[in-house]
Design a binder for this molecule. Structure first.
Ligand SMILES: NC(=O)c1ccc[n+]([C@@H]2O[C@H](COP(=O)([O-])OP(=O)(O)OC[C@H]3O[C@@H](n4cnc5c(N)ncnc54)[C@H](OP(=O)(O)O)[C@@H]3O)[C@@H](O)[C@H]2O)c1
Length: 241
């Protein structure tokens, strides 16, 4: 698949690196050519060099395809575009490139975190500065197929080698309105050895955004957010008769 990643920071590195390793063609589009080039080179260095023994035996995997680009080039190249930028960048990005996203799958992994001024001194906590970012993205790029995914967890988790916890593969909730785009992102999650959870239309993306800020608050407070949820078998998830 052809993937254009907008941004060259932590999420671009984590998801882009994984998708390159899975054999996808990736373009890193950033406003700084140096930053895009540096990330493309970093991914190449990690993923590109096949072990000597594999090269000698001819069993090396196909060479990776990751290159630096401008933001416009990365979007033009891609079937799937990942926005891996701060929420504060979206207005400008969408004003400049919204029409170019027509027909493409756009993954929004952003979170609109801002400090919670009411938190006690010494406690790190956040609230949302905006409550429905993915819906805004869809509004500003009306012909794109916008999907919310990968916003719940830290880049280090997405980049990690082993994401099976208590015997269950880590899940990625995916919200979006276009069934084909949802399936595309589900495959991209599987390519990262993650379990896609199809989680409803884009109107539900705001719940993912709220879940992120809520769980991060628990984690920063030293509480294990995982412990507040029972397994499905004990969740009484059956509608009342
Ligand atoms: N890091 C995480 O663990 C994590 C987890 C889940 C979700 N997220 C969300 O993912 C998004 C990206 O996070 P990140 O940690 O990857 O951020 P990051 O490491 O700070 O990288 C952000 C990237 O966006 C670029 N950027 C900033 N303003 C821009 C603008 N106006 N136009 C174009 N590009 C711009 C930056 O370029 P410059 O270098 O030129 O500034 C940089 O390449 C954020 O919305 C964040 O909330 C992050």
């Amino acid at each position: 698949m052809r993937i254009g990643i907008i941004g060259a920071g932590a999420m671009a590195a984590a998801l882009g690196g994984g998708w390159v390793a899975a054999g996808h063609e990736v373009r890193i589009g950033a406003r700084s050519a140096d930053a895009a080039g540096a990330l493309a080179a970093e991914i190449n260095a990690i993923r590109g060099a096949a072990p000597e023994a594999d090269r000698a035996s001819g069993t090396a995997a196909a060479p990776v395809d990751v290159r630096a680009a401008t933001i416009g080039e990365a979007i033009a190249f891609a079937d799937v575009v990942l926005f891996a930028v701060p929420v504060s960048a979206l207005t400008e990005l969408l004003a400049a490139h919204g029409p170019d996203l027509a027909g493409k799958t756009v993954i929004d992994c952003t979170n609109a975190f801002m400090p919670d001024e009411s938190a006690p001194d010494g406690v790190t906590a956040f609230v949302l500065s905006e409550e429905a970012v993915a819906e805004r993205v869809a509004w500003d790029a009306p012909n794109a197929h916008v999907i919310k995914a990968f916003n719940l967890l830290a880049a280090e988790v997405w980049a990690g080698a082993d994401r099976v916890f208590d015997g269950a593969r880590l899940a990625v909730p995916i919200c979006g309105d276009d069934p084909a785009a949802v399936q595309t992102v589900a495959r991209l999650a599987e390519d990262l050895a993650l379990q896609p959870f199809i989680a409803g239309g884009l109107h539900r993306a705001r719940y993912l955004e709220a879940t992120s800020v809520f769980t991060v608050g628990l984690w920063f407070g030293g509480l294990d957010a995982r412990a507040m949820l029972p397994p499905l078998s004990a969740a009484f998830a059956v509608a009342d008769a």
